[in-house]
Design a protein around this ligand. Structure first.
Ligand code: ASP
Length: 291
């Protein structure tokens, strides 16, 4: 019995995986440079490619997230799953943003890339593409990130290595799937539940500033951010959410809140989460009205 091949759409956006050396270093190319690898995968999948962008992912901005999310939303009807090839540097940002832009997405959307170009004989790209295609063929709905034989939720992936092949980690969440001697094993507990028809939420505000707290930071920074017209400030505070409350430490945050800006306090630790109710410094923040 011959199994019907799954129809997979590959949306390319550039990145190292599709790069070749140019005059000034690695430059991204269109999907032609991926053809040799895709030819092998065509034995298993019915693949259509579409070049959405051709960028080093350092150049990807919210406008580009909108292009990618729109392409996924509009083209998805004809496919069993979608793979998005993307530079690794900002892949976690794009995968996270696209997760929130496509609530109740009804098919697998799997981001992947590589640390070494496909053009390099030692590339991790073939492995990563294979993992991504296998996940896309499962039909499990959600936005995922596939790398180094692991699949994680797109909104949980963080780039943790600049050169190592295990470049992404799933923070505070189990892997959605892993490749072992049993093949691709999906953890059903991690797969998002679809609660209604798929939607495209394109609206994005870029007026949010991420502030990493450092000891001795000048509170004047908040005046500058208010002056620049930011609507939201996310503070990556210490540990459980500690901020310097002595001296004039809280004045800037108070002024930002008084100016109508949403101030969100989180932790700069990679794992676990903030809890402002444990320490006096945290409770002082809550009294000011931070989120
Ligand atoms: N600079 C590259 C990019 O993000 C790095 C990579 O793809 O691994 O496009």
């Amino acid at each position: 019995r011959t199994m019907q091949k799954k129809k997979i759409l590959l949306l390319t956006t550039g990145g190292t995986i599709a790069s070749k050396p140019g005059g000034e270093g690695l430059e991204p190319h269109r999907s032609e440079v991926m053809e040799r690898e895709l030819e092998q995968l065509r034995t298993y999948y019915d693949i259509t490619t579409r070049d959405v962008l051709c960028l080093d992912s350092s150049n990807i901005r919210p406008q580009e997230w909108q292009l990618i999310a729109r392409a996924i939303f509009e083209l998805r009807g004809d496919y069993d799953g979608i793979v998005v090839s993307h530079g690794t540097d900002t892949m976690a940002y794009t995968a996270s943003a696209v997760t929130f832009m496509l609530p109740d997405i009804d098919l697998p959307v799997v981001f992947t890339g590589s640390q070494l170009p496909l053009a390099d004989v030692l590339s991790d790209g073939p492995d990563n593409l294979r993992t991504a295609f296998a996940m896309a063929a499962t039909g499990k709905p959600g936005v995922f990130l596939a790398f180094d034989r692991k699949v994680m939720l797109g909104c949980r992936g963080v780039k943790v290595r600049a050169t190592g092949f295990s470049a992404f980690e799933s923070v505070n969440a189990r892997y959605a799937a892993q490749i072992t001697g049993l093949g691709l094993t999906v953890d059903e507990r991690v797969i998002p539940r679809v609660k209604g028809p798929a939607r495209l939420m394109e609206g994005i505000s870029s007026d949010v500033f991420l502030l990493k707290l450092t000891p001795g930071l000048s509170p004047k920074i908040f005046d500058a951010l208010v002056g620049m017209g930011y609507k939201g400030i996310v503070i990556e505070a210490f540990g459980l959410g500690g901020v310097n409350v002595l001296n004039e430490g809280l004045d800037g945050i108070r002024a930002a809140i008084d100016a109508g800006i949403s101030v969100v306090v989180t932790t700069q630790c990679l794992y676990d989460s903030s809890n402002l109710q444990v320490y006096q410094v945290g409770n002082r923040l809550l009294e000011l009205g931070v989120i």
